[in-house]
Write a protein that binds this ligand. Structure first.
Ligand code: GRF
Length: 208
C-alpha cells in the first residue's frame, strides 16, 4: 500500500513510520511521498535523508480549497491509498476528505474526545488529569473527531512538566501510529458507525 504523509514541522512521527517500514514492522507499505505545507519543515530534510520523495506545497495566499486540490492531485498522481497526517497543522477541506473516503488518518496527542485542537498535551497538563495519552483516528469533516482506530494511555506523574509529559506522549505516539498503520494496511477491519473493529474475519471475507 502506498502511503502519503503530510507534515508541517519536526516530522518525528513521519520518521518513525519510515523506520517501521524499513525494518518490516509495517509490512506491505511504502511511503510514496512526504508533503509539507511549510517549505522549511525539518521533517522534509529528514525524509530526504531517507531517500523519500518530498514535496513542499505552500498555501501561498490561495484559498484552502485550491491548496488542497494541489495536494490531492499530487497524492493521486503517486497512487496514494492511505494519507497519514503527522503533525500537519491545517484543517482539510471537505473535497480533500471526500477524495480519500476512510483513507485519511491522524495522530492526536490526547485521549480523544478530550483536549481537541492545539497544544493538547498542555491542555491536559493544565487541567490536572492523572491520565492522558494519544489517539489515532480516521479524519472526518470535524476537528479531531473521526472514528477512533487506536489509543494509548500515558500516566501523568506528580513531577511532570508540560514538556516532560509531551515527550513521554510523543514516544507513545510513535509506537501507536506504527501499530495502527500496520493494522490498517493489513486491512482486517470494518467501520460500523463510529466503531473501528479489527477482525481477521473481515480480511478473509474481503478476499472472497
Ligand atoms: C505530534 O504531537 C502529533 O500528535 C501532533 O503534532 C505533533 C507532530 O510531531 N498532531 P512530529 O512532527 O511528528 O514530530
Amino acid at each position: 500500500m502506498k502511503l502519503g504523509i503530510l507534515i508541517s514541522g519536526r516530522g518525528s512521527n513521519m520518521l518513525a513510520i519510515a523506520e517501521a517500514i524499513e525494518n518490516g514492522t509495517i509490512p506491505n507499505a511504502e511511503i510514496a511521498v512526504v508533503i509539507s505545507d511549510k517549505p522549511s519543515a525539518q521533517g522534509l530534510i529528514k525524509a530526504m535523508e531517507k531517500g523519500i520523495k518530498t514535496q513542499a506545497i505552500p498555501l501561498s495566499g490561495r484559498l484552502r480549497e485550491e491548496h488542497d486540490a494541489e495536494i490531492v492531485a499530487e497524492l493521486k498522481n503517486r497512487d496514494v491509498e492511505l494519507v497519514c497526517l503527522a503533525g500537519y497543522m491545517r484543517l482539510l477541506s471537505k473535497d480533500f476528505i471526500r477524495s480519500f473516503p476512510n483513507q485519511i488518518i491522524n495522530i492526536h496527542p490526547s485521549l480523544l474526545p478530550s483536549f481537541k485542537g492545539l497544544d493538547a498535551q498542555k491542555q491536559a497538563f493544565d487541567y490536572g488529569v492523572k491520565f492522558t495519552g494519544c489517539t489515532v483516528h480516521f479524519v472526518d469533516e470535524e476537528l479531531d473527531h473521526g472514528a477512533i482506530i487506536a489509543q494509548k494511555v500515558v500516566e501523568v506523574n506528580d513531577n511532570d512538566t508540560s514538556e516532560t509529559l509531551s515527550a513521554r506522549i510523543l514516544e507513545n505516539e510513535h509506537a501507536l501510529y506504527i501499530e495502527a498503520i500496520a493494522k490498517i494496511v493489513a486491512g482486517n477491519y470494518e467501520i460500523i458507525e463510529r466503531k473501528v473493529k479489527f477482525t481477521a474475519e473481515t480480511q478473509r471475507r474481503g478476499e472472497d
